[in-house]
Design a protein around this ligand. Structure first.
Ligand code: AGP
Length: 617
């Protein structure tokens, strides 16, 4: 959700800023902009829409900007104000000497604006953003102190909300001043040059040494030095970290979109997650990442899973398997709901935070809240370097590899696998008895899963055909029961996100309690029909939908000859147990959403209004 970058050194700043922003585009793509300082003047370039528009503007500008060795940049996911050029960052103060980029939300910007208007009647407002108010506020403080560091320190004391700021000032042309609260900011350390960014991929090409700025700290970055002050203005030394990343050329590897590539990587993702954990069906799971000992595991009285979006859906599958195998009552809750109510967690509660990015603001707040209760917090994330990872008592990195497509696919698969591992691990550590060999069978099935996923991916013609047939429907319903209910939710979310079709997931049994009123021949209903305990029930719910003339699609590993006629279309999946079926069914639903979106000519990888990392509450 917005990405910021800054550079100071001897190289051409514009190149570094643009390259950095290209690695931050996952955080938003409503607009972008850079500010370049040279000869005590700052030149600003901004463009609405994707970064490519900014690059085009730079290409047609006078090349004088190339002489700049100091600059800041921004990529925006709009919060306050339309995604226009005027609202694009960087923002400036009235005299345009101070320039600011910001990631976050300033909650009290209206009050601050009122105060500014009172204090400086001639303030010129040029945008509808909360960020511009911060620029004016810092400039106002600068007027009093003539010192950019002091001005930033004074300003942030008055600001409520979340922010990562980079500010430059024409009268102090040798520095970038940065500050943060509840938004990520990493300072990259170079030789005769320094960097700052919202995330490591933006700077990893240039340095592997970095400092993470902490909340309430303010930093002054020059080309040869970084000084960090805490909220009491005491100079502090933050630990220098060596970044565990390689600069990588992120490529589609011949696929038309990153999403399709990432869907196709899922066999390997499963192999990767399972490889060091399940060595054979009869050996116990190894989970060195989990830091609770056997005695403490036996004391766990409840599990709370906190996550958002796709990660929340993985958590819902987790509930089924944790309760089934670990026999521990498990609640799953959206982080944004968890934060603002009186939740009950204590030292006997295991809290599982799930997040692809590890930077989702709602989940970070929920985790911070629960950490005060002494609960053990395990974080399942694709980013072992993230804010959430650093809050973890136990860290389970899922190592799905960089996921570029905004719609999460392979990270969901990796999260599912981590939850299966965790459930079996807890079961084994509690010494429960596998009387009917269910655990051994599940481990065997997990080992075989990558091949099943790859078999499915080899022949997608049925899925493509269904996508083509239903792409122009305005609404879609996904139904399932039991462990696949979350799969229905996730399938609907995928379709909504990338095709903008109004898709909803329901538990099949709930259909008759209201949603059935919407059914007619214009409403496709997709049923997840797995041979297992709820098969007959889902089939009956399909009959009910059919009786209302809905178009029926089955995604199934079994359908009898006598029932075939019930469905308009059938997508057959490899045979898999009920317990593991979410991991196979979801691949079909991801592909269906992908092909519908592609058929409709939508922007598959960067759907409108979304961002990959949601760093505002
Ligand atoms: C997934 O397709 C979505 N783009 C979104 O729902 C995402 O899962 C959600 O924002 C949570 O993100 P996280 O996993 O990085 O915390």
């Amino acid at each position: 959700m917005c990405g910021i970058i800054g550079y100071i050194g001897n190289k051409q700043a514009s190149d570094i800023l643009i390259s950095g922003l290209s690695h931050l585009e996952y955080r938003g793509y409503d607009s972008s902009g850079i500010a370049l300082m040279h000869d005590n003047k700052t030149e600003i370039f901004k463009a609405q829409g994707k970064l490519i528009n900014l690059i085009e503007i730079l290409n047609s500008a006078l090349p004088t900007y190339k002489a700049s060795h100091l600059g800041i940049g921004h990529i925006r996911w709009a919060t306050h104000g339309l995604p226009t050029t005027a609202n694009a960052h960087p923002h400036t103060c009235t005299c345009k000497k101070l320039t600011l980029v910001h990631n976050g939300i300033i909650e009290n910007y209206k009050e601050l604006k009122e105060e500014l208007i009172q204090n400086q009647k001639n303030t010129v407002f040029r945008s509808q953003t909360d960020t511009e108010i911060a620029a004016h506020l810092i400039a106002y403080e600068y007027g009093k102190t003539k010192n950019l560091l002091k001005a930033m320190q004074n300003a942030v004391k008055k600001i409520k909300g979340a922010f990562a700021f980079c500010a430059i000032h024409n009268d102090e042309p040798d520095k970038i001043v940065v500050a943060k609260r509840n938004a990520p900011l990493v300072i990259g350390l170079g030789e005769g040059e320094n960097f700052v960014a919202s995330d490591i991929p933006a700077i990893i090409e240039y340095t592997k040494k970095a400092i993470y700025l902490c909340d309430y700290q303010v930093g002054v970055i020059t080309k040869d030095d970084v000084k960090i002050y805490d909220e009491n203005d005491v100079l502090v030394q933050n630990k220098i970290e060596y970044l565990p990343f390689e600069a990588m050329a992120i490529s589609k590897m011949g696929y038309k979109h990153f999403m399709l590539k990432e869907i196709h990587e899922q066999g390997d993702v499963v192999r990767n997650v399972l490889s060091s954990k399940i060595l054979s069906p009869v050996e116990k799971i190894k989970l060195e990442e989990f830091k609770l000992d056997k005695a403490k595991i036996k004391n766990i009285k409840r599990i709370q899973i906190i996550a958002c979006g796709t990660s929340l859906h993985a958590g819902l599958v987790g509930k089924y398997i944790l309760e089934k195998f670990a026999k521990i009552p498990t609640d799953v809750e959206s982080s944004s709901e968890y934060i603002y109510r009186d939740t009950i967690a204590d030292e006997n509660t295991l809290v599982i935070g799930i997040s692809q990015s590890g930077e989702t603001a709602d989940t970070i707040s929920a985790i911070k809240q629960v950490k005060k209760e002494n609960s053990h917090v395990i974080i399942i994330t694709n980013r072992a370097d993230s804010t959430m990872a650093r809050l973890a008592d136990s860290l389970m990195p899922v190592n799905a590899g960089i996921e570029v497509s905004v719609a999460a696919t392979k990270s969901y698969m990796a999260q599912l696998m981590s939850l299966y591992i965790l459930a079996i691990y807890l079961y084994e550590q509690k010494g429960l008895n596998d009387y009917d060999g269910e655990i051994i069978n599940l481990k065997q099935e997990l080992i075989e899963l990558p091949n099943k996923i790859e078999t499915l991916l080899e022949n997608v013609s049925d899925i493509k055909e269904v996508a083509r047939k239903y792409a122009n429907y305005k609404d879609f319903i996904f139904i399932a029961r039991g462990i696949n209910y979350p799969t229905a939710l996730e399938g609907a979310l995928k379709l909504k996100e990338i095709s903008y079709i109004n898709a909803t997931g329901y538990s099949a049994g709930e259909l008759k309690h209201g949603p059935i009123a919407m059914l007619d021949e214009n409403m496709p209903v997709l049923a997840l029909l797995n041979k297992g305990i709820v098969y007959d029930k889902v089939l009956s719910n399909c009959e009910e939908a059919r009786a209302r003339q809905a178009k029926l699609i089955a995604v199934t590993n079994y359908v009898s000859k006598k029932d075939e006629g019930l469905f308009n279309d059938i997508i057959l999946i490899p045979s898999v147990s009920d317990t593991l079926s979410p991991a196979v069914n979801i691949v079909v639903l991801q592909l269906l959403a992908y092909y519908i979106s592609e058929f409709l000519g939508k922007d598959v990888d960067q759907p409108r209004n979304l961002a990959k990392s949601v760093t505002v509450e």
